[in-house]
Write a protein that binds this ligand. Structure first.
Ligand SMILES: [Mn+2]
Length: 292
């Protein structure tokens, strides 16, 4: 199978050829899977999302976000050491941010977000991150490596970037203490189930420029079983949309990623769910705060 067959352009079924200079959204497939600890298959996530995107309608119910252009890049080379791959991701995302376009990275395991975070920190200093996730990902090291999916937000914290965690419902005691002693802002899934998300969840002093990382396991495992470490008690589809629209309405979303989809051949609904979430978030970004 050629690369084109495995990595077709996002929404290529509906869109003609897209030029990078005129496309607001730049899709970056990163089929990286090295430190997955439970279920495997997240390396196949980007390909499954791109293929599922061919089933999307261009009208998202509110508008046609694809009119702003969606350019799909070649996948980032994921062979080699973790730090080498993270370096390649940083370079790819920096290139897009320097064009003043919006990178949309498709993982791959959550570790890939570190490359994007480094790019954001150097291109748009002062930007913050919003993380949707079932897990805190704040371990100092996991299964012998600091570059594990379970450590990615700890590494982001070391970059000095402010972030908020939404939807968490599984963390170890070390991560709990780390949150407390470092003043991490979070809205965990059990509390959101009781009280919803308060209107003022984004602190007033949170940066204007926001990068969003969506670990697909933030969704409830009943609608998203196709992920390496599924957790019950997660976010519903509509709460997730509310959160993403709330971010886009209040801040300038300068990039985002969707990670940890581990496709299951008989569960194509999950691939489509991930593709649709991406497209609806693009719609929220287009109709949210202004972009160049
Ligand atoms: Mn994660």
């Amino acid at each position: 199978m050629s690369k084109m067959d495995d990595y077709p352009a996002f929404l290529g079924s509906e869109l003609g050829p897209q030029a990078p200079e005129t496309s607001l959204f730049h899709i970056v497939p990163v089929p990286y899977e090295k430190t997955v600890s439970y279920g495997k298959g997240t390396g196949k996530g980007p390909s499954a999302i791109l293929k599922a995107s061919w089933q999307l309608e261009v009208f998202d119910g509110r508008g046609v976000p694809a009119e702003r252009g969606i350019f799909t890049h070649e996948p980032v080379e994921c062979a080699g050491r973790a730090d080498e791959v993270i370096g390649r991701i940083e370079k790819a995302i920096s290139g897009i941010l320097n064009l003043k376009k919006i990178p949309v990275m498709l993982g791959g395991e959550h570790t890939v977000t570190l490359g994007a975070a480094r790019a954001v920190r150097s291109c748009l200093p002062g930007a913050g991150i919003v993380q949707l996730d079932a897990h805190a990902d704040l371990r100092d090291s996991y299964e012998g490596t600091p570059l594990s999916h379970a450590c990615v937000m700890r590494r982001v914290h070391e970059l000095g970037m402010p972030f908020i965690q939404l939807g968490v419902r599984s963390l170890c005691l070390e991560e709990h203490h780390f949150r407390q002693s470092n003043g991490i802002v979070y809205y965990d899934a059990p509390g959101m189930n009781e009280d919803g998300l308060p209107k003022t969840w984004l602190p007033e002093d949170f940066p204007v420029d926001v990068y969003v990382t969506i670990d697909i396991d933030s969704l409830d495992s009943s609608i998203m079983p196709a992920t390496g470490t599924p957790e019950p008690g997660g976010l519903s589809w509509y709460l997730t949309l509310d959160i993403l629209r709330s971010i886009a309405g209040q801040r300038r979303v300068i990039g985002f990623d969707l990670v940890e989809l581990a496709p299951v051949p008989s569960l194509h609904a999950c691939d489509y769910t991930a593709a649709k979430l991406i497209y609806l978030f693009m719609g929220a970004i287009v109709s949210g705060s202004p972009h160049p």
